[in-house]
Design a protein around this ligand. Sequence first.
Ligand code: GAL
Length: 842
Amino acid sequence: MSMASMKKLLGVVLFALLCNFFIKQCEGGNVSYDHRTLVINGQRRILISGSIHYPRSTPEMWPDLIQKSKDGGLDVIETYVFWDNHEPVQGQYYFEERFDLVRFVKTVQQAGLFVHLRIGPYACAEWNYGGFPIWLHFIPGIELRTDNNPFKKEMQRFTTKIVDMMKEEQLFASQGGPIILCQIENEYELVEDYYGEPGHSYVKWAASMAVGLNTGVPWVMCRQGDAPDPIINTCNGFYCDGFVPNSIYKPALWTENYVGWFQSFGGRVPYRPVEDLAFSVARFFETGGALQNYYMYHGGTNFGRTAGGPFVATSYDYDAPIDEYGIVREPKWSHLKELHKAIKLCETALVNSDPVHLDLGPQLEAHMYYMESGTCAAFLANINDTSDFNVTFNGNTYSLPAWSVSILPDCNNVIFNTAKIATQSTLVQSKLINKVYETIGTNWKWYNEAIGIWGNNSLTNTGLLEQIFTTEDSSDYLWYTISVEITDNEPLPILHVESLGHALHVFVNKKFAGTGSGYDEYSNITLEKSIILNPGKNTLDLLSITVGLENFGGFYDAIGAGITGPITLKGLKNGTQDLSMQEWTYQIGLEGEQLGLYLRNDIKNTNWNSGPNPPKNQSMIWYKTEFEAPDGNNPVALDLVSMGKGHAWVNGHSIGRYWPAFLSPENGCNTTCDYRGSYDQYKCVKNCGQPSQKLYHVPRSWIQPTGNVLVLLEEIGGDPTKITFLTRSVESLCARVSESFPSPIDSWEMIMKDGLSSNKPELSLHCPEGQLISSIKFASFGTPQGQCGNFEHGECNAIDTRSIIEEICIGRRSCSVPVSVKRLGDPCPGMDKTLAVQAICN
Ligand code: GAL
């Protein structure tokens, strides 16, 4: 027995002793834990969880997303709670529509899944200001996320509010509800040292405050090595197989396994190969893990101004198993589903024993879970990132591809290998198509936004003001305006502006004169621009724009934004003129925002211009048009690639910020990404040199059959007539199964009963709901080559394959075909043959 196993065993004994001693704490509710697992209603469980943040989709989408999560093999849905939107004004709560938390939890409950509620109330999550309401900042004497009374008072009040809401609706597992876990704070360990001693005492306070709320379910603190008992400290990361909780009687829980990474405006698009993701999950359960959560299972969309930042894009797709639009992403979703089935087949052995580690060679290992009853499960791992190996285990030889784990639910037969995507006959790949609707609005309205001061509520200040605490984040926009007097015969000056970010547009005498922005995490801007000033008075209007408030880091809440200077005019006859400490006039927000131009119907009967030819490439302009709903029920996207930077609304709903003019870097992308070897968010990226986000999700439930209103606020210039709508759907299904592949996991029980001779590989196809297989684009039994969408016949090909498949599949939503010479003929006896099919769903 290894040291780790001995420690675990000691943990069991100690835990039993402690339970006898403090019988109440250990058996207090329907959810408890021991060193090995969570125990729910007396059952020790291995749990697969996935994050879906409720405001990143619509209530109309929730049931389908949750059903797809359940079908994908999830037991738990995990979400943060978003304080800023639930309490936009101190003491005024909002729990409607996308923020209807109770409805979301109940939707999960109705699907029969559990909930992990991460109350925080600090969230991080690439959410504006980390989920904190901005008004917190203005409470006298407050310091956020530390041992500070004004802050603790607010944090406790909001946490209690959420807990009470859940209790009222009987939503905790201890009350018969679905919530089995709660989280307080989030990854505080990463910033704890910045806050010194008060940081440490804050952790203790947060823990005891949470426990004092008596939810009857365990609390976790993620990435918090010093989480006080009975709070469970959990792991976050790309891998968590080495994770050991801070006490021998706590189970190993993994709260964030990144399935990809988030996208930034101006950034490349990260993705994570499913072979590596599956490897990380299998390694975790192999080495004693109890609960693993995909961050995200459905990422969704940062509607409105919810994106954090700076520069977090509107799409929060995350390369998740369910894509931004709610369509399952293949082969990710199916491969993980098969993985989950394989893990669940091991559950009895996993929850009732501790792993025994066996060394099978350098970077080769096995972990066995063995019960006295004879029940046994094993995982074989090759953690070498280049070489495949054969290993001997339990008297048999197994081939292990590099960077992979094989799962043996009976310690004998391999039912799943993390690197072999195509070995499961149920696996399909889907090919998405975007159907384009060109016919959006031929009638346009437009309105020129005021440049500079537009209202009687402007303010003046000697010197430059920080932006966030001036606007109180009521808008992305703050005008900084000054009048500059120039004498005759001055040379062309250079305007020099330094800003904390995030973007900046310069207008000289009301004309657009330049723009600048930070990049990625680096929001600071230094803009140098030669400008034309006339002799006499000139106006300088600087529009400073936030693009999502910082959500992470020590004291992130105080970083600030906007033009803090210096601002100078260089190269004048008398040298440099510093404008920084002069009197500036400020205007918060845009005139159009105040007029409610984004609403379906203007509140103030604004005089829009109208006609078929709206101005193009013009800065600071509002556009409005009507459109018909795209046909069908498929998810809808707006292609904004012809536009620059701004914000878009449909029927008054904000679909978020857009910024296709911000291209991702030319270099650094790879056409393929080797899943083998350690992954991080920089390893696999795509979309180099492209607009950083082209498509913007418009939820179906926000669109009516006719008379829909699209409004755009364009800041730098674009062509609205080139905007198109798309619907996204699965067009093709591909599957590829070889004669020698094992059976689908579903027939495992049969195999267990009848032995491997009952192994009959089959190929299955399954169109999304509402679609049927309309044609077979490709079918070959023999040695087909290529990938989904580009399959080609090989030298060996059974000529009747296509007609056989057509006969079985056409007109049906699903079909299964046995992969055997008996059914398909034998074009090349003695060779291992493969059946590859591409079918069209309609
Ligand atoms: C984690 C954090 C999450 C999310 C993630 C990156 O550190 O806990 O909330 O921000 O990083 O997507």
